[in-house]
Design a protein around this ligand. Sequence first.
Ligand SMILES: Cc1cc2nc3c(=O)[nH]c(=O)nc-3n(C[C@H](O)[C@H](O)[C@H](O)COP(=O)(O)OP(=O)(O)OC[C@H]3O[C@@H](n4cnc5c(N)ncnc54)[C@H](O)[C@@H]3O)c2cc1C
Length: 416
Amino acid sequence: MKRRDLFAASLAAGIMGSTRRGWAATPDAAAALGRTALHGTIPRIVPIRAHADQIMDIKVCLRPFRPAGPRMDVEHVAGKTVVHNYGHGGSGWSLSWGAAYMAVGHAAATLERKVAVIGCGIIGLTSALTAQRAGLDVTIYTRDLLPHTRSVRANGSWTPDSRIALTQQAGPEFARTWEKMARYSWQTYRDYLGMPGNPIDFRDNYTLSDTAPDAADHVPAPADAAKGSFATTGMPQNSAEFAEYASLISDIIPAPELLAGADNPFPVAYARRTPLMIYNFGSYGHLLLEEFHQAGGRIVIREFHSPSDLADLPERVVINCPGYAARDWWNDKSLIPVRGQTSWLPPQPDASYALEYKGAAMISKSDGVMIQGYDMSGLGEMDGVGNSFEHPDRAEAEKAIAIIGDLFTRFQPRAG
Ligand SMILES: Cc1cc2nc3c(=O)[nH]c(=O)nc-3n(C[C@H](O)[C@H](O)[C@H](O)COP(=O)(O)OP(=O)(O)OC[C@H]3O[C@@H](n4cnc5c(N)ncnc54)[C@H](O)[C@@H]3O)c2cc1C
């Protein structure tokens, strides 16, 4: 997750200008940065028990990033129509239903009834379900089922334009595609709200700061010309190169509110609250797999090594959803790894909120308290770019936990 996501709604609404503005709860600031929270609407905050000796899991994942955006074109290979659906960067969960809708559109246009889906991460599974909903007969071929994919090593919240593309390489046409994917996904996720086990849920997300964040924090830093760019080096070099599309859907995404004075329960000078959609991997994953089987779907465990392996599949249409693995299996070297790590502490169901502070994010979920150092070095969108080291880094996990732990050391719970 990136810091600017949390400000997306206000940016999107165009209410944050490019001039420096503080967060003082003056009518001016409230108007500039978002609405001031209605007095008395901040619930009692239960402290998070963020200590390194509580770590129960550290997960590492590579975001499948393509500078031009996800691959969603159609190819004819080994006698099959192959519809690609991979490369969703840090936005795969968020955009999954919209991307699936588009991929299934291509598949359905062939008029074939039987479809193979390769991959059972969040992109493969939503593609398979969307194909079933379009009346197609679907078999998933995959090396791993969802619980063992990179997908479940994510943070699991609504981050639809996190490392999804580079502005210049993706071009304006992708912005329109992105908007369609984001709107369709957001709408589909609403169907899963309020269900047993809360597969999809919302958390109040508190964005905290000791210093007055200003517009400059949320507008990409100007490109450092000395470093070059993707165009000159073949690798992104500046956060400013990454595309930002949140403003395209500001009309449907809840905006942040300022927590002013006594309404700020945290030991920091500045706080904002924004409703954040989250994915509870366990219950949501089970539900999707159950839906797939109930609708007659089949899963075959199989690993593919080269495109010619497709030849012996009985289906003539294939939706290809291998995520980052497309770099090897489809030889797509446009995929760039963007490493990310999350740590998991025991669940705290009484503390159902999320927060961000000093480059660390915390989300209290049903399957654990997730803590992620998403930008502890101040690299912004460049954090993890080009890094394919997919092993846990305990020191990094402890650093992120210490940021949240320190916050709560200074926290004074309110009486009552
Ligand atoms: C730290 C971190 C945090 C993130 N947080 C978020 C977030 O909060 N919100 C969000 O929207 N996104 C987030 N993401 C991004 C998201 O996790 C990815 O975009 C998404 O998981 C990609 O899903 P996928 O299904 O394409 O790939 P995968 O999950 O990698 O699934 C690929 C599937 O293909 C199968 N497969 C691969 N190769 C083969 C082969 N050769 N033969 C057969 N099967 C094969 C695999 O077994 C697997 O089933 C995050 C990523 C990271 C790293």
